[in-house]
Each structure stands twice: as C-alpha cells, then as structure tokens.
Design a protein around this ligand. Sequence first.
Ligand SMILES: [Zn+2]
Length: 234
Amino acid sequence: MNSDVARQVRTLRETVARLHGELTRYGLVAWTAGNVSARVPGRDLMVIKPSGVDYDDLTADTMVVCDLDGAVVDGDASPSSDTAAHAYVYRAMPEVGGVVHTHSGYATAWAARGESIPCWLTAQADEFGGEIPVGPFALIGGDDIGKGIVSTLSRHRSPAVLMRNHGVFTIGRDARAAVKAAVMCEDVARTAHLARALGQPLPIAPADVDALHERYQNVYGQRPAPADRAAGTP
Ligand SMILES: [Zn+2]
C-alpha cells in the first residue's frame, strides 16, 4: 500500500468506526447486528466492521480492510459476516462509496411482511424518491444477498432496500450518506406504520414526488459559497 492509499485507509478506518456510533445513537441495532463499510476511492478496497465486536469497542484500529472479493487485506479480526454483500454492491455499483446494513425494527417489520413502503410522506419523496422497495429472500453466504440488493436498487431511486424477512441495506456516495439513508429509512418506516395503524394514508401524486425529490437532491442544504465554487474551477 503506498502512502497516499495508507492515509486514505487511515481516515476511512476512523470515519467508519465513528459512524457505527450513529447506528446505536438512533437505535437501529441490537447487540452487534448492523454494519457500515466505505469504499477506498479509486481502489478495489473497502473498510468494514469486524465481526461480532461490541459497538463500544469499535475503534479505527479494529476495522478490517478487505478487497472487493471480501478477502482481508489488513486487519487482525474477521470482517463482518455481511462482507460478501457489501463487496458485491461495490463491484456492481461503481458510484456507491458506502454501504450500511441494519435490522432496525420498523423497517424490518415491513421486510418481514415482504411489503414495500409506499410514498406517503414528503420526507420520503425527498430522500428516497418514491417507495422503499422490497428485495428477494436470500440466505447469507455467497452473492445472493448482494445480487438481490443490486437488482432491486437498480430499478428504484431509493438508496434503501428492505431485504425480505431480513432487514435494511442502504447505499450512498459515501458511508455517511448510507448511514443517513438507514436513519431516514427507519424514521419513514415508523411513521408509515403509525399512519396505517390509524387508517388509510394518502398517496402523494407521482409528479409531486418527482418535484420533491428533484428539489431535495439538487437544491436543499448548504451549497458551496460562490468563492469556493470558483476556487474549484480550473
Ligand atoms: Zn442481517
């Protein structure tokens, strides 16, 4: 590993370790079931959680570096048992820089019924661009989970998929974006559950879903100041 790559890996080890704290902070995980990974930009490498280590004991040094076939390149522990699924997503979706997996309760309750979450909330249109889809049932080990994630997400704008009878996988341009999608997915799943428990939620017109998604993805949030933008141009 040359020194530039080693520096990138060091930073990603710290980032990925820290982001696991968001999974516990938002109540998305029980025991050690849930994981975050990040692609090392421009390299066929990823940084991922070690298997079976308590969240309180996760540090930059305990993270595991794997190649995109899931083989360990650097690290003392075995990687997460979901490593093959993360690796498959990175191989198949070059634009993805981060992957998250949880069994967060409300979202996984929809997965248990094999039911996608219809778009009943503007916040869902913003983040997910429509329904949060269900992926196929797949056993752990091998590429079946990865294939199910990729085949489902490539047909939807959603960065989250509810794998049937299992849980949530999310993707993002980086690990933080994938964690955000996992947090928002659980929030949407909870509100959608409550809304339907009280009656029949109202759909949002597809054109309005499109408009909300477009605005949120392209306009909302902090924009770089004009000077920063100018500095970024040659
Ligand atoms: Zn799982």
